[in-house]
Design a protein around this ligand. Structure first.
Ligand code: GLN
Length: 228
């Protein structure tokens, strides 16, 4: 069935890529994280049941465009290019692309990525922005999962990884011999994507999100996953 018709029956289908801790990841056989809890809270406010679909990151927008999913929550950065395919809700988080290198790396900031071999997750803003450096001699290695890029770094196959700050912190904590640089590569904002022109759902999502921001639920969800 189409997501739209299911939604009318009370199911809200969320597309995500559960390889992005702490926003969405696998834990004991279920998909958990900040985005999942936000989506659950929104679904609850709309009197609907949440269904989570785990797909490749670069399939999330196609799933929304085709109507297989009602919304995408995936630590997804609002970009002008993506706005051509989907509509975005109000933003719910600030984020940055950060650089991860080996502890003994000579790379100390964004300028040093020129000419380096840099790993990214396919189709992410990290991929998009590092690809802009290809003209300066940077080589981009694209992985399906951010953690695969981090593993390649720790094995010495690449010089750096550019990835969102929160998963960067998680991956660095789990991996010996690598560190996150202090200086951000870019500043970005996350929002929920819906099918272009679906103002009915977008208004409902923004209404629910506004309430969750105002009553402190959003901050509470974030605090459960990101220890200050
Ligand atoms: N914020 C990045 C983007 O939107 C990465 C998201 C992700 O990997 N889940 O492209």
């Amino acid at each position: 069935a189409e997501a739209g018709s299911e939604a009318a029956g009370g199911v809200l289908v969320m597309a995500t890529n559960a390889e992005f801790p702490p926003y969405e990841y696998h834990d004991n056989g279920s998909i958990v994280g900040i985005d999942v809890d936000i989506a659950k809270a929104i679904a609850e406010k709309l009197g609907m049941e949440l269904e989570v679909e785990d797909v490749a990151f670069d399939s999330i927008i196609p799933e929304i465009v085709s109507g297989k999913a009602d919304m995408g929550l995936a630590g997804m950065t609002v970009t002008e290019d993506r706005k051509a395919s989907v509509d975005f809700s109000d933003t719910y988080a600030k984020a940055s692309q950060m650089i991860i290198v080996k502890d003994d790396s000579s790379i100390t900031g964004p300028d040093d990525l020129k000419g380096a071999t840099v790993g990214v997750q396919l189709g992410t803003t990290g991929d998009i922005y590092v690809s802009d450096l290809e003209a300066d001699g940077t080589t981009v290695e694209r992985y399906n999962k951010g953690f695969e890029a981090v593993q390649a770094l720790s094995q010495g196959k690449i010089d750096a990884v550019v990835i969102d700050g929160e998963p960067a912190k998680t991956f660095v904590a789990e991996t010996e011999g690598i560190k996150m640089l202090d200086e951000a590569f870019t500043e970005e904002e996350y929002a929920i994507a819906v099918k272009k022109g679906n103002t009915e759902l977008l208004d409902k999502i923004n209404g629910a999100l506004g309430e969750l921001k105002a009553d402190g639920t959003l901050d509470k969800i974030v605090a459960e996953y990101i220890k200050a």
